[in-house]
Design a protein around this ligand. Structure first.
Ligand code: HAM
Length: 459
């Protein structure tokens, strides 16, 4: 039975005691789903190589102060969603809710401003937010995070947006970038005043959360998903109209650079993002034309030119973004995008009898060290059961050792496609299977070529 079916059957028929069950908002990644994770990880490796990003690993736990100070005490991520607790020494610590703040901490702590700038870093792994679980919203989820530290230049913004866009489109996802500029500290001051004036007499029409946000974090009123708030936000003054000369120029330049690329983008004057550290460019990645995409962005990011200084470093321009891995996988599945299947097993070792078993263990190691993909069913005794297992795995060749082969120092190579068996010298087994696999590969290539030519002529 395919592994996915087994997993579904077990889920239907077996219930674990309630207090042993998976925690709310958490998720196991089962074997049947792993090919998506491997596929994305391969893509990530290709991207970071071609865009010259270096990898930075930071710990999952950090000091709570670091995050509350950087993201902002009034944001949802800090006020409601932080996994926060005291360790045994009474230190206030949290599970990272995202990567950027840890990356900045590491940049300062390891003196990375001394390196040639900009420093391009990527990170990946789980992040934690204690929000109400719902579709596409987990309490533990994974991000691929990218940061470029040490430049304020608008071309870097365009490069980062292009990277985010190309990562998704290369996977086969049709996406659109929504982009905005939320200006610098100076121009935002004026804008916040305008916003406050606008909402002053309209507060009664806001949702409960936004009534609270009005005095604490008024910018967030603009991207509230509640109907009453989003309708009001349509009429609210737009930040792009309040940008100072420098921020305006910066934003225009970013858009001009993007116009030179293939990136599909759309201005969204209400895109302010849920973390307080941003300045100037902000952007989010949505599926093209998906009405519900507002709830489930595939990724998001922006510039944050004050954070390094606020945390004790020197003034440093930074821009970055993060992709939500689970959300991307959900979309790959929804859109039935073809993911390379697990590599076919090349060789299967079958054994009969005690002395053959001992030899088989050695052979397994020898083949593995020669980089073959090898499988076995050592726990099964009958040859028939073992060959059935080889068939299920779609192994190309079975290598059979019985008592006789042990005595003669030989081994049987069975072609699993046509059942033809050959006896070869055990000492030459590596060369013999290598030769056969190469030949099989050539035949496959030739057949595929012939098929495509035939298709072309029948069209
Ligand atoms: P963010 O928008 O909070 O940004 O998260 C980035 C992405 O993580 C989202 O677009 C979404 O795909 C995914 N995500 C967020 N929350 C959840 C959740 N509860 N369950 C599943 N996926 C989720 C940041 O985290 C910023 N640090 C990005 C950044 C990097 N900005 C500059 N540099």
């Amino acid at each position: 039975m395919p592994i996915k079916k087994v997993e579904e059957e077990v889920k239907k028929n077996f219930k674990l005691k309630k207090n042993y069950q998976l925690l709310k908002g958490m998720k196991d990644v089962l074997p049947s789903e792993q090919n998506y994770w491997f596929f994305l990880r391969d893509k990530l490796d290709q991207f970071v190589n071609s865009y010259s990003f270096d990898k930075l690993d930071t710990p999952i736990v950090e000091s709570c102060d670091l995050y509350t100070r950087s993201i902002g005490g009034e944001t949802d991520i800090v006020s409601k969603e932080l996994y926060r607790f005291k360790d045994k020494d009474g230190n206030d610590i949290c599970l990272r809710p995202e990567f950027s703040v840890s990356v900045v901490r590491a940049y300062i702590e390891h003196g990375m401003h001394n390196l040639p700038q900009p420093v391009k870093l990527y990170s990946l792994g789980p992040v934690f937010r204690y929000a109400k679980p719902q579709s596409g919203r987990y309490r533990q989820f994974n991000q691929y995070n990218f940061e470029v530290l040490g430049s304020e230049k608008p071309i870097v913004d365009a490069e980062v947006v292009q990277l985010a866009y190309s990562f998704c489109t290369d996977l086969g996802l049709d996406v659109n970038i929504q982009i905005n500029s939320i200006g610098c500290k100076e121009c935002r001051k004026d804008y916040l005043q305008k916003l406050s004036n606008f909402y002053k007499h309209r507060r009664s029409g806001l949702c409960v959360d936004c009534k609270r946000r009005y005095s604490k974090n008024i910018l967030r009123l603009l991207d509230c998903k509640q109907k009453e708030c989003s309708e009001l936000a349509q009429e609210a003054p737009q930040i792009v109209d309040s940008l100072c000369q420098d921020c305006h120029q910066h934003f225009i330049k970013v858009l001009e650079y993007l116009d030179e690329t293939e990136v599909k983008y759309q201005l969204n004057p209400r895109l302010v993002r849920g973390l307080d550290y941003y300045s100037r460019t902000t952007f989010e990645i949505f599926l093209e034309g998906d009405e519900t995409a507002k709830l489930n962005s595939l990724g998001g990011g922006g510039r944050y030119d004050y954070l390094v200084e606020e945390l004790g470093g020197q003034a440093t321009g930074v821009i970055g973004f993060a992709l939500g891995v689970e959300r991307i996988i959900t979309e790959l599945k929804n859109q039935k995008i073809n993911i390379p299947k697990k590599q076919r097993v090349e060789l299967f070792i079958a054994q009969l009898g005690e002395s053959a078993k001992r030899k088989a263990l050695n052979l397994l190691e020898k083949l593995r060290k020669n980089d073959f993909s090898v499988s076995e069913a050592f726990a099964k005794e009958s040859l028939r059961a073992q060959l059935e297992a080889a068939n299920k795995l779609k192994a190309r060749y079975a290598l059979i050792i019985g008592q006789k082969e042990v005595m003669d120092e030989t081994i049987i190579i069975r072609d699993m496609e046509n059942g033809i068996q050959e006896i070869v010298d055990y000492k030459k087994v590596v060369d013999e299977v290598q030769k056969r696999l190469e030949r099989a590969q050539e035949v496959l290539k030739r057949d595929t070529k012939e098929d495509t030519e035939e298709e072309k002529t029948t069209k």
